[in-house]
Ligand binder design. Structure first.
Ligand code: ADP
Ligand code: ADP
Ligand code: MG
Length: 623
């Protein structure tokens, strides 16, 4: 067994890997950029090495620095986590060439699955059903169009080197093909440095089903059943579960056997995921599930599989990398109960899911409901440099219904502030009738975006009552003095409350006691028309939401202005798009926080902006 391990990653996955390594008595080495000097993953490890500036390109993506850090600290092995260098075959080879153990598949297996076209060709040869389409041998626009016409619309154009949901275009009619192709190629060239594409039949009623596989160096491969990741936004997973709703035993056997064949075809070692797309229009059927791609690493959503199988996948990774055989045979693995994971993000669904950057002052989740995988703690910084995921909330219950309500309770009781999060969005999504019934497809979120992404505010009455419960009514009980709030000369007191979405509200305590409450509760719930607001007294200094309430439109992260949709002096309405910023390779619309006038405008298309730069100012009133 390896005795020491360098974790070439950050955030929750670095913490996750370190946790298991420690439990197994393996010494851990973290690496960190300037932005992560105080991060949780650094403090969780036995040792940490600084590897460069905040930008991933200059730190977490610099293979030589990471290998040098392993050599100087005497770490025997490198675990890449997910993202960053995890699917980079050259890096895996360089790790091996340096005499270190690579916790992952052999470089040739990564390469075989790295490009979607080559991977599909390989799978066809191995007898794995693949999504019908054209693999793109001839990349001329004419040929691609002709192939798309032959496949029949809708089709999906995919960058062969794509990943992370980028480089994909759905085309519904022949007339739109040329333009979609050009735009897909531009994005593929800029994101992946490779503009080649393939074309697939766009599967209707699509469900994302994937199978966890595991191989060892002795030629054994097992599967650890399926996950359903159909709840997606822009091809990115939002909620994942295992097993898949509506999967019968025969279909499960067929798809899991296909996954094992796929892994064996590339000599697979370690943890991997075979992703399939299913046409779910008539339930899950073995003849309507096709191979999409393989992810040759540990997956973000691996915890749901761990929960239903009782296997620690990171432990298996470390054992297999050390040359041990798989700890269990296929017939020793089974599904127990239902697990579900929600990805909690620092982003604002009401503003086009714009990342919400800044310090996390409050961070608390009750652990009795859920497993919380996170790299964040109170005082941590969500920086513009990396993925703004705050935590993965994972529940495991005997049934799916119980899992859904446990996950909602977790969201209810969790507190993250003053950042805005997608917690309310997740809460509504989990309560959506189709989802609760297990009727899922990848378009569910998009179709219901308007209701899922709105965020009602608690009523004035609700806030006033909550304030009384939290701050107490002066003089109402003999114990009220304990709270430090006392009736004095002022007839009324303003109380500031913050909710689980990071919003701050001001309410007044009435001059006369209306109810006999005594303070002491930490947080209280306002339950109104199916919405739940979990509120607490806001910190005296907690200046959250300042930007929105005073109308200053600040750049949430460094980036480039793509378009400006308003002009100075123009009247705007709440929610109206002001401009679009491109940052972290994604486009983010900045919108008006309330009805008003564009009093100041400091942005022009093409301009580069710094984080917190004042881009515009909206003032209340009319033009
Ligand atoms: P998962 O199924 O594990 O969520 P994803 O493909 O969504 O897999 O990616 C997992 C992580 O890796 C995410 O943080 C994603 O942003 C990152 N990632 C995946 N592919 C790429 C890529 N080609 N370039 C940059 N980041 C990527
Ligand atoms: P990535 O490497 O970005 O993860 P994938 O090929 O795994 O790319 O596709 C990402 C998502 O796009 C899938 O989870 C699915 O929701 C959707 N998708 C992919 N291929 C198809 C298809 N042929 N038909 C319908 N949806 C698809
Ligand atoms: Mg994928």
């Amino acid at each position: 067994m390896i005795k020491s391990l360098l974790v070439a990653n950050r955030g929750e996955i670095a913490c996750r890997v370190i946790r298991t390594a420690r439990r197994m008595g393996v010494r851990t080495v973290a690496v960190y950029s300037d932005a992560d000097a105080n991060a949780l993953h650094v403090r969780s490890a036995d040792e940490a090495v600084h590897i460069g500036p905040a930008a991933a390109r200059e730190s977490y993506l610099v293979g030589e620095r990471i290998i040098a850090a392993a050599l100087t600290t005497g770490a025997e092995a490198i675990h890449p986590g997910y993202g960053f260098l995890s699917e980079n075959a050259e890096f895996a080879q360089a790790v091996l060439d340096a005499g270190l153990v690579w916790v992952g598949p052999k470089p040739h297996s990564i390469t075989a699955m790295g490009l979607k076209d080559a991977a599909k060709a390989r799978m066809i040869a191995a007898g794995v059903p693949v999504t019908p389409g054209y693999l793109g041998e001839d990349q001329s626009a004419e040929r691609l169009q002709a192939e798309a016409d032959a496949i029949g619309y809708p089709v999906l154009i995919k960058a062969v080197a794509g990943g992370g949901g980028k480089g994909m275009r759905r085309v519904d009619a022949a007339a739109d093909f040329a333009e979609a192709l050009a735009s897909c190629r531009r994005e593929a060239a800029s994101s992946f440095g490779d503009d080649r594409v393939l074309i697939e039949k766009y599967i209707l009623s699509p469900r994302h089903i994937e199978v966890q596989v595991f191989g060892d160096a002795h030629g054994n491969v097992v599967h650890l059943f399926e996950r359903d990741c159909s709840l997606q936004r822009r091809h990115q997973k939002v909620i994942e579960e295992a097993p898949a709703p509506g999967m019968d035993e025969a279909t499960r056997e067929a798809v899991c056997a296909a996954a094992v064949r796929a892994a064996k075809a590339v000599d697979y070692e370690g943890a991997g995921t075979i992703e399939f797309i299913a046409d779910g229009s008539e339930g899950l059927r073995a003849d309507r599930i096709w191979f999409m791609e393989m992810n040759t690493r540990l997956q973000v959503e691996h915890p749901v599989t761990e929960e239903i199988t009782g296997v620690d996948l990171v432990e298996w990774q470390l054992r297999v990398a050390s040359g041990e055989p798989l700890p269990k045979r296929q017939d020793e693995l089974s599904i127990n109960g239902w697990a579900m994971e929600a990805r909690l993000y620092a982003e604002d669904p009401t503003r086009g899911f714009l990342p919400s950057i800044g310090r996390v002052d409050d961070f608390h989740f009750p652990h009795h409901h859920a497993r919380i995988d996170t790299g964040v703690e109170a005082g941590a910084e969500i920086s513009p440099f990396y993925d703004p995921m705050i935590a993965k909330l994972i529940v495991h219950r005997p049934t799916r219904t119980e899992a859904v309500s446990a996950l909602r309770e977790t969201l209810d009781e969790g507190i993250v502030g003053p950042l805005v999060t997608n917690s309310g969005f997740l809460w509504r999504l989990l309560g959506h009738a189709a989802f609760e019934a297990g009727v899922v497809d990848t378009g569910l979120i998009e179709r219901n975006l308007e209701t899922l992404a709105t965020r009602p505010e608690p009523s004035r009455e609700g806030l006033a009552l909550a304030a009384m419960r939290l701050a107490g009514t002066p003089g109402a009980t003999p114990w009220s003095s304990r709270s430090g709030f006392r009736m004095n000369a002022a007839p009324r007191r303003d109380v500031r409350l913050s909710d689980q979405f990071g919003r701050t509200f001001t309410t007044e305590l009435p001059p006369e006691p209306a109810f006999d409450y005594w303070p002491g509760e930490d947080a209280t719930t306002i339950d109104e028309g199916g919405e739940r607001f979990r509120v607490r007294l806001a910190r005296a200094d907690g200046g959250s939401g300042g930007a929105a309430s005073d109308g200053a439109i600040l750049a949430p992260m460094p980036g480039k202005v793509i378009s400006v949709d308003v002009s100075a002096g123009q009247s705007v309405t709440k929610g109206q798009k002001l401009m679009v910023l491109e940052a972290m390779k994604m486009e983010h619309a900045l919108t008006a926080p309330f009805d008003g006038v564009v009093a100041e405008l400091n942005a022009a298309p093409g301009g580069q902006v710094q984080v917190e730069a004042l881009l515009a100012k909206i003032e209340k009133g009319e033009a």
